[in-house]
Design a binder for this molecule. Structure first.
Ligand SMILES: [Ca+2]
Length: 219
C-alpha cells in the first residue's frame, strides 16, 4: 500500500533511451514549474506523472479567447484523471469514526497519490478511524504518510495499522506511538511491516485508527 509515490519516465521515439529519458523521483505538483508539456499546436496537455494515479491537464485550440494583439486567456478544458492501480490497491477510503471534513479536504485526498492535497477533519478529542477498501485484493508491506502543507501540530501522532478480509477479524500490522511532527512540510515518511495479503473479497480492508491527543484538526 503506497499512498504517495513518484516516478515518471517519458521516452521519446527517435533517440537512444539514455539520450531521451527524463526521470523524476516524484510527480509534479506545480502546473507552471514542474508538469511537462506535450502537444501538436492544436491539442496540448501537461503531464504530472503520478505512477498510480495520473493527472493530465489538457486544452484544445478552439478554447482560445484571445486574438493576435491580445494574449487573452485559455479556458482550461479540464483534467483527465487516470487510475493505474484500481485492480490491485485501495479503491476508496472513508472515515469510519464519522468525523466531518471540509469538502475540499475529504478523506478521499488521503489516497489520491497527490502530496498537495490533504485529509483534514475536526476530531473534537475523539479517536478517528480511517478505512481503506481493497475489493481487488492487495499484498502490502509498507505504507507512507506525507505531511500537509501547514500546521505541524496536526501531523499524525499515534496510530495502528490493521488488515481484515471480513471486516470482523483484524490482524495487527504496525503501530507508532507519540511521533513527533514531521520536520518538513509535504515530507514523505514510509513505514514497513511484515508482508500481509488481502484476499480481494468484498470485506478486504486496511484500518488505521488514530489515537488523537491534541485538540483541533488533524491533517
Ligand atoms: Ca493527497
Amino acid at each position: 500500500m503506497r499512498l504517495i509515490a513518484g516516478v515518471l519516465v517519458l521516452s521519446i521515439v527517435g533517440g537512444t533511451a539514455a539520450e531521451t529519458m527524463l526521470w523524476y523521483e516524484k510527480p509534479a505538483r506545480s502546473w507552471e514549474t514542474e508538469a511537462l508539456p506535450i502537444g501538436n499546436g492544436h491539442l496540448g496537455a501537461m503531464l504530472f506523472g503520478g505512477p498510480a494515479k495520473d493527472r493530465i491537464q489538457f486544452n484544445e485550440g478552439s478554447l482560445w479567447i484571445g486574438d493576435e494583439t491580445d494574449t487573452g486567456a485559455y479556458q482550461a478544458f479540464g483534467n483527465v484523471l487516470i487510475d493505474f492501480n484500481s485492480e490491485a490497491g485501495i479503491s476508496s477510503a472513508d472515515c469510519a469514526s464519522g468525523q466531518v471534513s471540509p469538502a475540499v479536504e475529504s478523506v478521499a485526498a488521503s489516497i489520491d497519490g497527490r502530496p498537495d492535497t490533504k485529509w483534514c477533519m475536526e476530531h473534537h478529542g475523539q479517536p478517528a478511524v480511517w478505512i481503506g477498501h481493497c475489493p481487488a485484493g492487495l499484498v502490502a508491506s509498507s505504507y507512507a504518510f506525507t505531511s500537509a502543507d501547514d500546521m505541524p501540530d496536526r501531523d499524525p501522532k499515534s496510530w495502528t495499522l490493521e488488515g481484515s478480509n471480513d471486516r470482523q477479524n483484524w490482524t495487527f500490522l504496525h503501530r507508532r506511538t507519540n511521533e513527533l511532527p514531521f520536520p518538513e512540510r509535504q515530507q514523505r515518511k514510509e513505514f514497513t511491516f511484515a508482508t500481509h495479503s488481502l484476499s480481494g473479497t468484498t470485506g478486504s480492508r486496511f484500518r488505521l485508527p488514530f489515537a488523537l491527543s491534541l485538540p483541533g484538526r488533524r491533517d
